[in-house]
Design a protein around this ligand. Structure first.
Ligand code: NAD
Ligand code: MG
Length: 390
């Protein structure tokens, strides 16, 4: 029986994964090792009971008593705190889904890679922050990384066994998010609630706001660079309001292989869960006649400056990715808290990049977790200062 662990089980991706695991037979089909979450320990305990997990872990130490109470009589272990999440990720499992939000997903993701098995990676932030470290850990232990971001799963599927050397470019699509058609002058006044509603995808709040600002797409450009080893100029972004084509691969001979599907993350998660097999998944079948037309346009970088920053980050190399991601997380926290406007986020990140590189540049790409986390802390401080000045 295959053993599985889900890091970030109570989030949007985690819930989709839970749905797939339960529909596929739950504890009759999978041996669940660990499920982790944070504040919502009631839901975490419910999932752990349903899957008969060995251990449930909340990242929040103050939630341990509640988690223990919710698991009373089940025989399931309970633990709490960031270190306990890492320890849970280190327990042997054949398949681990990394679905924690933000750079907090990096240390447990690295722990899972070190102990081997397959890492289904939704946590794009770990590749943006420490791509070299992540891929080096996988190479060292023989772990396999399968992308779970829909665009990267699409590239992976469209590539098949084709050689990357024959690929001219990859194109990932973006819905354009909540403000795709807003007049640019209105963006400064956009509220958190307005930024938190996505036209096509049902996702966690943070990634939904990142879709409106295209910071999500910027992270994905860097993610594609780290995963597939493509230079910045071979990774393109197109606005595609219908979110049906998730990505396409353009070969040197002029052929482009596109991946299409309804916007439902259970496809990418289910693909990674069953790879290399394809099985029936609870995803609606595509009805192109009903959709009628698929449209595309170039992204306007004055509306979405994050895309320009992503290219600059790839060209800068070194620790620029770690700084970019952490500064973005800080700016997003500040926007959600009401300290800065929607349009202040990109300038805050740009300023944090400039301040962080000012003294010594971004150096060599860090291949040590402590060094990465040091850059992360520095970037958050700079972004907070830049936001204060905004
Ligand atoms: P979410 O906010 O809905 O869920 C996040 C999960 O992480 C929850 O289980 C939460 O308890 C846990 N968590 C939060 N902070 C934590 C911390 N400090 N330490 C440990 N655990 C913590 O997020 P999501 O939308 O499911 O996204 C998860 C990841 O998947 C992100 O990296 C995101 O970019 C990526 N992703 C999401 C989608 C989507 O459709 N939601 C699509 C593609 C990629
Ligand atoms: Mg995506």
């Amino acid at each position: 029986m295959r053993s599985v662990t889900v890091l970030g089980a109570t989030g949007s991706i985690g819930e989709s994964a839970f749905d797939l695991l339960m529909r596929a037979g739950g504890p009759e089909r999978f041996r669940t090792i660990a499920l982790t979450g944070a504040a919502n320990v009631a839901r975490l305990a419910e999932m752990a009971r349903a899957l008969r997990a060995e251990i449930a872990v909340t990242a929040l130490p103050e939630k341990l008593d509640d988690l223990r109470a919710a698991l009373a009589g089940s025989g399931i272990e309970a633990a709490a705190g960031p270190q306990a999440v890492i320890e849970a990720a280190s327990r042997p499992a054949d398949w681990t889904l990394s679905a924690i939000i933000g750079a907090a997903g990096l240390p447990p993701g690295i722990a899972a890679l070190r102990r081997g098995g397959t890492l289904a990676l939704a946590n794009k932030e770990s590749l943006v922050t420490a791509g070299r470290l992540v891929t080096a850990e996988a190479a060292r232990s023989g772990s396999r990384i399968l992308p779970v971001d829909s665009e990267h799963s699409a590239i992976f599927q469209a590539l098949g066994s084709d050689n990357l050397e024959n690929v001219e470019s990859v194109t990932i699509t973006a819905s354009g998010g909540a403000f795709r058609d807003w007049p640019i002058e209105r963006l400064a006044g956009a509220s958190v609630a307005e930024a938190s509603s996505h036209p096509n995808w049902n996702m966690g709040q943070r990634i939904t706001i990142d879709s409106a600002s295209m910071f999500n797409k910027a992270l994905e450009v860097i993610e594609a660079h780290e995963l597939f080893g493509l230079e910045a100029e071979r990774i393109r972004v197109l606005v595609h309001p219908q979110s049906i084509i998730h990505a396409f691969v353009t070969h040197r001979d002029g052929a482009s292989m596109a991946h299409m599907g309804p916007p439902d993350m259970r496809h990418a998660i289910g693909y990674a869960l069953n790879w290399p097999e394809r099985v029936a998944l609870p995803v609606p079948t595509l009805d192109l006649a009903a959709i009628g037309s698929l449209t595309f346009r170039e992204p306007d970088e004055s509306r979405w400056p994050a895309l320009r920053l992503a290219r600059e980050v790839i060209l800068a190399g070194g620790a620029a990715g770690a700084v970019f991601n952490a500064a973005k997380e800080q700016a997003l926290d500040d926007f959600i808290a009401g300290h800065i406007r929607f349009t202040d986020m990109a300038p805050a990140v740009e300023r944090a990049l400039a301040l962080s590189s000012r003294e010594a540049g971004f150096g060599e790409t860090p291949d040590d977790l402590d060094e990465v986390l040091g850059w992360d802390r520095l970037a958050r401080r700079h972004a907070a200062c830049a936001a204060g000045a905004a």
